[in-house]
Design a protein around this ligand. Structure first.
Ligand code: ADP
Ligand code: MG
Length: 240
């Protein structure tokens, strides 16, 4: 579904991703772990060209995102993204946050968009929050709304960048549970996370990245119990 070939990315002359090769198949739940600054977010952001790599290719199905003829907006509708910081529109209600893209991009009328939004809110357990403003929600609730919002355009794949890192501990589970359910429904997902328990239990594949390079790309079981690289062992010793 997604393919990255020989991708390199630089910031101010410093290389932060080194010739990355990566393929994500439909239905896979891929978790990316690694130290702070190792390039996890940059890699994720390259998958929908929020960051433009200096060399290499990014393909969604057969479409090369770096091809000038590619309609990026059309592709991005199919690649949902959820950030650490929720990024909800504070001056819009929960319902409006979700219906906005449906009305603007899909030209849906109010009633139709509201119905979809309500369905999505049900899915994340927040159907009673439709008319509420984000400021009235807990962090966990905000993140669940952000997930519902990114599902509105029916993406084929979801990218999560540390979705629970900004949450109080007691709210982490409610967000992880929503993600777990999504995975069980067959959603293809790429998840950068520090939740090692989640990575181990839910992911079908685990990647360890360090210094802008993929050092391990294997099953969670293997990564957590028999990693190949010393760097992985050191990282796991610190976080487990
Ligand atoms: P991670 O998500 O693993 O913590 P990042 O992908 O955010 O790592 O960052 C990888 C490297 O790129 C770091 O050295 C970081 O400082 C640098 N970097 C990330 N984004 C930018 C940016 N917009 N401008 C300059 N440097 C950046
Ligand atoms: Mg990051």
């Amino acid at each position: 579904m997604l393919k990255v070939k020989q991708l390199s990315k630089y910031f101010h002359g410093k290389q932060v991703l080194h010739e990355i090769d990566l393929e994500i198949k439909e239905g896979e739940i891929v978790t990316i772990i690694g130290p702070s600054g190792s390039g996890k977010s940059t890699l994720l952001r390259c998958l929908n060209l929020l960051e433009i790599p200096e060399s290499g290719d990014v393909l969604f199905e057969e479409t090369n995102l770096l091809d000038k003829k590619t309609n990026l907006n059309e592709i991005r509708e199919q690649i949902g993204m959820v950030f650490q910081s929720f990024n909800l529109f504070p001056n819009k209600t929960v319902g409006e946050n979700i219906t906005l893209a449906l009305k603007l991009l899909k030209k849906m009328d109010e009633a139709q968009a509201n119905e979809i939004a309500l369905g999505l809110l049900k899915r994340v357990g927040l159907e009673d929050k439709f008319n509420v403003y984000p400021s009235k929600l807990s962090g966990g609730q905000k993140q669940r709304v952000a997930i519902a919002r990114s599902l509105a355009l029916k993406p084929r794949v979801m990218l999560f960048d540390e979705p629970t890192s900004a949450l109080d501990p007691e709210m982490v589970t409610e967000v992880l549970d929503v993600m777990k359910e999504l995975g069980e429904e067959g959603m293809t997902m790429v998840i950068v996370t520090h939740e090692m328990g989640f990575a181990r239990q839910v992911a079908s594949r685990a990647i360890f990245i360090d210094g802008g390079k993929i050092l391990e790309d294997t099953t969670p079981e293997t990564l957590f119990t028999r990693p190949t690289h010393q760097r992985t062992k050191e990282f796991l010793a610190k976080v487990l």
